[in-house]
Design a protein around this ligand. Sequence first.
Ligand code: FAD
Ligand code: DHB
Length: 403
Amino acid sequence: MSTKETADVHQQRTRVAIIGAGPAGLLLGHVLAARGIPFVVVEHRSREHVLGRVRAGVLEQSSVDVLAQLGLADGLRADGLVHGGILLQHESERFHVDFEELVGRTVTVYGQQRVQADLMAAHDTLGSEIVYGAAEVSPGHLDGRPVVRFTLDGEQHAVEADFLVGADGFHGVTKSLIPADLLAPSEREYDAAWLGVLADVPPSTDELIYALHRDGFAMHSMRSPSVSRLYVQVAPDERIEDWSDDRIWDALDTRLAVPGWRLQHGPITEKSITRMRSSVVSTMAHGRVFLVGDAGHIVPPTGAKGLNSAIADVAMLGEALAAESAGDDGPLATYSDRALERQWKVQQFSEYMTDLLHVPGSAVPAEEREFRYRSRLGRLRYIGGSRFAQQSVAEQYTGLAIR
Ligand code: FAD
Ligand code: DHB
């Protein structure tokens, strides 16, 4: 409830203010709601815009467990596609990495859009305070406590809180409250991007296919028994207008080809290009301000870790905020270190999978490109023939423990 204390500014107090209603922000709201901790979420986009973003598709077993513990897994259980492994491919050879057999774990293919929709619907049921379409969102401090100022329908608002959580993605504003020398992100740019499409055609495979080809990476994922999700590596400066549907299907046919198998084509309903970058801040906490998810770190998509890392952060921070409310501030004090320790393990896996499956860009001299390609083939063949290597991939792909 808001009161009009200062002329023309609607002021409000809460325990936790969250900036960003992506999966991290909305999930944190659910963790807090389950503990009876008041919160407000402030999002600058419209609800429809947030819901319309097509992004990640794979949930680690640990992420499924977090959602299930909060009673948020009904849709996931009904429509999620449980996968017991992945297929890796090189030079027309395909092999299965059997997660269930290797580490006794699975992943679930369930689009981020569905996760987002489920989180929103559950907040609707709770009657949570989530502000969409806020303009000029500006985090700051007032008398030593965090405050989020924003404009809504031309009116000014200020939410004062005991804690502020930046769940506002890579380009978010919360980071601005952490001094630059403490935030100090470590970064790596890749000379590759992913062109992703959604197509109305049943998947041509039971398991996700990750393929290395001389022309570049390709992958076959899915969203449902009637919708396929497919990706091809393109140069980072590539324009989506230069990729007709036919050109995309040609690239997929070539890069995913193995004898005796055919990729089914269908109408492409969405296509976009995502650049690839790794970035990790040096701290996820400063005073009463905390970062979760993409606000703190991003990965190239090859290991399917972006959304899963956001869920892991939220599980850790949510528990820590609950402990603080119960009088134990220990977990909150160690949140940043714990989140970053896990994140760096995830970063190296995402980098490993990206390097393994992509060909270098044109900036690399031809002889070195050839060396790197053959070295990657060697690595894939090593994985194909080594149970130890496969177990390591399986352990990391299905998700590290959240502590
Ligand atoms: P986001 O989902 O980015 O949510 C942040 C929210 O904060 C957004 O709703 C945003 O509108 C809001 N916000 C930002 N700034 C402000 C502000 N100033 N004020 C108020 N609100 C603000 N991961 C994979 O694992 N596989 C993939 O295939 C994959 N594909 C991706 C494709 C794209 C185009 C992108 C951008 C990401 C992709 N990711 C993928 C990463 C994955 O989607 C993210 O890791 C995940 O969305 C992180 O969730 P988040 O809630 O931390 O951040
Ligand atoms: C999907 C995205 C990924 O980044 C990945 O590694 C696997 C699947 C997907 O969108 O389905």
